[in-house]
Ligand binder design. Structure first.
Ligand code: UD2
Ligand code: MN
Length: 354
């Protein structure tokens, strides 16, 4: 009788283990490179020699971080890649059930491990509060799950100046560098929501177009979800050293369009062309919107783009403080809110004198 009971107990343990382990294995069974990485972790050997895609390299880098390694082994980094966007949450909450508390200003660093990178997100902004709530809350969630040390800076252009993304990015870069040391800079539209936890919010050795699959363009071209091959609009990342090599963004583009094509040309001219995130991973949901007032299409963008290559070392990061100044900086609960004012006439005069 005792033997029989022991046998039943052993059987129950085996069945229990089987049902617990099997779904976990099958969940990731279809991702071959993940298994290679697991092998690498268990044997302490790197199975890759060359021909790594940037994504694979990134994931591999992630695993060299102690905390990440634990996360990856638990599979959490992948289990959470769903399209569950956090919507319309307040901006004045330091504590949320969806992410850990952050410091005033929205700063965060993981407690129990050395973060892989210090990333700063820079968001150009004006009058899009609904979008801001959604992006800020979703960014905290994904950045914390990637165990990064990070900050989020929202850079607003005061009225009545026509909107200009480039000057805001440059001012944001300078300011973030003044406040802390960052090694990776992510320039992020306010209305693009990351849909996959594997989108790496840290930098590769090349500038990277992160929003490789954008639902806005997927409507037109589902296979590519990009308007044209050289396109780098939406979300990009690059190291601080590379941003300086490009002399940042151009300050010359007032109104809608041109800024992203211009930085793509700068990157080629500086011999550090953009690479693109894997389209199965770099997926973003584009919050729908109309064209904003004070941001009508820039009719000079075509001619400005023609001289971009010649101009890039003479205007951009190194000249932005001649035309723009900081008006205010507020440490809000979930982000740093900076307001800048810029003088369009000064930019235009600078261009004429180049
Ligand atoms: C595209 C690009 C964007 C930029 C823009 C042309 C995508 C996904 N994005 O976006 O990167 O190249 O074309 O300039 O293709 N913004 C405000 N308030 C305003 C105006 C703009 O906050 O009044 C900010 C906001 O962060 C927004 C970004 O600027 O996401 C781009 O402007 P947009 O959303 O009007 O342009 P869109 O969607 O055509
Ligand atoms: Mn948009």
């Amino acid at each position: 009788m005792r033997k029989f009971l022991l046998l039943v107990l052993a059987g129950a343990i085996v069945i229990g283990l089987y049902t617990y382990v099997t779904p976990k294995l099958s969940q990731h069974g279809t991702i071959p490179w993940l298994q290679d990485i697991r092998l690498a972790i268990s044997t302490n050997e790197n199975p890759y020699t060359n021909n790594l895609s940037s994504v694979e390299q990134t994931i591999l880098n992630v695993t060299s971080n102690k905390c990440k390694r634990e996360l990856l082994l638990k599979g959490e980094l992948f289990n959470l890649s769903k399209t569950d966007i956090l919507t319309d949450l307040p901006l004045d909450v330091l504590n949320s059930h969806d992410f850990l508390p952050v410091k005033k200003g929205g700063f965060y660093e993981p407690e129990n491990c050395e973060p892989l990178t210090r990333t700063v997100i820079i968001i150009p902004y004006r009058n899009r509060e609904k979008h801001l709530k959604i992006i800020i809350n979703n960014l905290h969630r994904i950045l914390q799950r990637q165990q990064l040390k990070y900050g989020i800076f929202v850079i607003e252009l005061s009225l009545p100046t026509t909107f200009n993304i480039g000057v805001l990015m440059n001012m944001g870069f300078l300011l973030a560098n003044n406040i802390s040391e960052y090694d990776c800079f992510v320039f992020h539209d306010v209305d693009l929501i990351p849909l996959d936890d594997r989108i790496a919010y840290h930098c590769d050795v090349s500038p990277k177009h992160m929003s490789a699959f954008n639902t806005k363009y997927a409507k037109v071209n589902i296979a590519k979800a990009l308007p044209y091959s050289a396109y780098v609009g939406g979300v990009i990342s690059l190291r601080g050293v590379d941003y300086k090599k490009l002399n940042g963004f151009s300050n010359a583009y007032f109104g809608w369009g041109g800024t992203d094509d211009d930085i793509e040309i700068r990157a080629k001219a500086a011999m550090i062309p953009f690479k693109r995130e894997n389209q199965n991973i770099g997926r973003y949901y584009a919050l729908p919107h109309q064209r904003d007032s004070n941001n009508t299409e820039n009719l000079f963008k075509g001619s400005l783009l023609k001289s971009s290559r010649k101009r890039y070392l003479n205007e951009g990061l190194n000249t932005v403080e001649k035309c723009c100044k900081r008006v205010s900086i507020v440490y809000r609960d979930l982000y740093v809110h900076v307001t800048v004012s810029c003088d369009e006439n000064i930019v235009m005069n600078q261009l004429l004198n180049l």
